[in-house]
Design a protein. Sequence first.
Length: 117
Amino acid sequence: MLGRLLTHPLTTLDNVPAALKAYQDVRLPNAQLTVRNSVLAGNLLHFSEPGYYDGTDHGNEREELQILAQKMAALHNIQDQDGSVIGWQQAERILRESVGLCNDHHKDAPPFSTSNP
């Protein structure tokens, strides 16, 4: 996505900071989620996450391990739910807005294809 923003027809040397900010605005929330989920996954794998199986059998170990497995599976599925195409579209919209070309102000610069994010 960063390469596409930097090579976008609207990006010039003068507005590279706008392209970088568009990238940050779209990617940073996902990166932060990845960090949080990595910490949680590490705690779950080490049986040290409060509220989940801690390695002690309380008579329902099988059930507690199943809950733990479901939580870990959910963490795996949560990453980048919006997909890269939607992320690219958001970044391009932010770039267009930041250089004042949103809402029909500039019709000469077509949006990039979303077929290869």
